[in-house]
Write a protein that binds this ligand. Sequence first.
Ligand SMILES: *[C@@H]1O[C@H](CO)[C@@H](O)[C@H](O)[C@H]1NC(C)=O
Ligand SMILES: *[C@@H]1O[C@H](CO)[C@@H](O)[C@H](O)[C@H]1NC(C)=O
Ligand SMILES: *[C@@H]1O[C@H](CO)[C@@H](O)[C@H](O)[C@H]1NC(C)=O
Length: 322
Amino acid sequence: MATPGVFLISAFVFAFAAANIGGALSYTRPPPRQTLSVPLADDLDSNSPQQVHVSLVGEDKMRISWITEDRAPAIVEYGTSPGVYGSSAMGNTSSYKFITYKSGKIHDVVIGPLNPNTVYYYRCSLDSSRAFSFKTPPAQLPIKFAITADLGQSGWTNSTLQHIAASNYDVLLLPGDLSYADLLQPQWDSFGRLLEPLASQRPWMVTQGNHEIEKIPVIHPHAFTSYNARWHMPFEESVSDSNLYYSFDVASVHVVMLGSYTDFDPQSAQYAWLQADLGKVNRSRTPWLVVLIHAPWYNSNTAHQGEAESDNMRKLHGRVDL
Ligand SMILES: *[C@@H]1O[C@H](CO)[C@@H](O)[C@H](O)[C@H]1NC(C)=O
Ligand SMILES: *[C@@H]1O[C@H](CO)[C@@H](O)[C@H](O)[C@H]1NC(C)=O
Ligand SMILES: *[C@@H]1O[C@H](CO)[C@@H](O)[C@H](O)[C@H]1NC(C)=O
């Protein structure tokens, strides 16, 4: 068995880690590339499933999430042979409004139980024009995580996605800053289309960053409207009362996804949840414990340095026996 370990991963660690792996002593951030906006493909219409992505639910289930512009049934058909869909499941449809924007129909279906390390073929909303497949993660180590953050949608995102696609990973972890839609809701749809080739094939597990807040005083006072509607993570299964923090087990790893931008003081629901969640960890079953968060507790990057979300959570949660 591998040596048990605890990792605290925050969004800004990665650029730094990547630079070190490359042997660089100092890192100069390259200039931005153009912003991408991915339209609906010509061969799709308002009934077509789009922005398909999948995420883990418990140890043997998967949530399939997708959007249709028009009403369509929240049904996923699936099986282990291409084009043969012996099983099916139904789920829920929701939508949201953001000032003048009205989202498409957001569908969420949980399927399973599924076998580990197995390719499943599936289709959404009974639509026979689009066929998808994903691979479930292995039940035991080794497991390969791809980790990215601050993804956005630019030429660099495209390059990052190509690297991720080439890595043959099992599960993607993304601790915040997804679309950089920054209030422009159609950019969330564009982001969903940009990711679909990858996010429909492997589970993508995310938590929020500051760009997911999208709150405007008076006009749109509710935070995380789009994020919560589009990226339903398995918080119910980890006994969390909020989609903004949750945990899950995969292979021999307990992964904790924390929320930098919701309450985390010792009186908060998140703090109580984290204590209870860590208390339930069985280090024989999951010797590896990985914690992800957007605002880093320790930081050599100027972004987020010294912010309340970084420093205060370190001071307050430092008392939790991580
Ligand atoms: C659909 O909604 C019901 C009621 O809120 C909930 O119990 C159920 O888990 C949901 N199903 C999915 C697939 O999210
Ligand atoms: C991403 O890069 C590939 C290869 O360079 C290119 O073919 C593709 O059009 C790019 N995608 C977008 C959305 O720009
Ligand atoms: C912890 O996990 C091990 C291995 O699965 C199991 O044998 C043991 O009973 C578990 N301990 C508790 C307290 O559940």
